[in-house]
Design a protein around this ligand. Structure first.
Ligand SMILES: [Cu+2]
Length: 95
């Protein structure tokens, strides 16, 4: 079980958490800086993905109670969705 990592500072950058719960990414829009780590935590009872529409990143299926992390290396705005439930959308902004 992961504890909240939001805002925890590390030498390599900050770690942010996006919670997947009730078919939503929370927060739906997250702004980070290059080198920061983003952790998606699935609190639903079924798998989800966090898949960049531009394919910049792809978690593949994240099991219930599991998480997936990604270090943002390139600036830009990255809309993403869950490929298993395509109405689930979010945006990762890297500055
Ligand atoms: Cu999903």
């Amino acid at each position: 079980m992961m504890t909240s990592l939001a805002g925890v500072s590390e030498a390599a950058g900050t770690t942010y958490q996006i919670v997947i719960e009730q078919m939503r990414f929370n927060p739906p829009v997250l702004t980070v800086h290059r080198g920061d780590r983003v952790v998606w935590v699935n609190k639903d009872l079924f798998p989800h993905t966090a898949t960049g529409i531009s394919k910049a990143f792809d978690s593949h299926a994240i099991s219930p109670n599991a998480s997936w992390s990604y270090v943002a290396r390139k600036t830009g705005s990255y809309p993403y969705l869950c490929t298993l439930h395509t109405t689930m959308r979010g945006t990762l902004i890297v500055q």
